[in-house]
Design a protein. Structure first.
Length: 113
């Protein structure tokens, strides 16, 4: 299954973006799906994940601001990002949780102050 993230862009602090992850196959068969990000000079981190049963977890830094969701019928995972901060600037990727070895291209989110 190939995973393609999209929806990134440049926004000012306090703005919103909605990321989408389109899978070439069934995300239901994959199981838990996650959004990850990698900021310049930092390691990639898991930002949010969602299981088939819609059990969700977030990294503390995005709790209350980001919302992950999935539509299995569309093989798509979303990340709604509100109240964005400059420290959210990163390339965002979707992958399984735990992740497959292969990563897609990601989508760049830039938040200016």
């Amino acid at each position: 299954v190939q995973l393609q993230a999209s929806g990134g862009g440049s926004v000012q602090a306090g703005g919103s973006l909605r990321l989408s992850c389109a899978a070439s196959g069934s995300i239901f068969s994959i199981g838990a799906m996650g959004w990850y990000r990698q900021a310049p000079g930092k390691q990639r981190e898991l930002v949010a994940s969602i299981t088939r049963e819609d059990r969700i977890k977030y990294v503390d830094s995005v709790k209350g601001r980001f919302t992950i969701s999935r539509v299995n019928a569309k093989n798509t995972v979303y990340l709604q990002m509100n109240s964005l901060k400059p420290e959210d600037t990163a390339v965002y990727y979707c992958n399984a949780d735990p992740p497959f070895d292969e990563w897609g291209k990601g989508t760049l989110v830039t938040v200016s102050s």
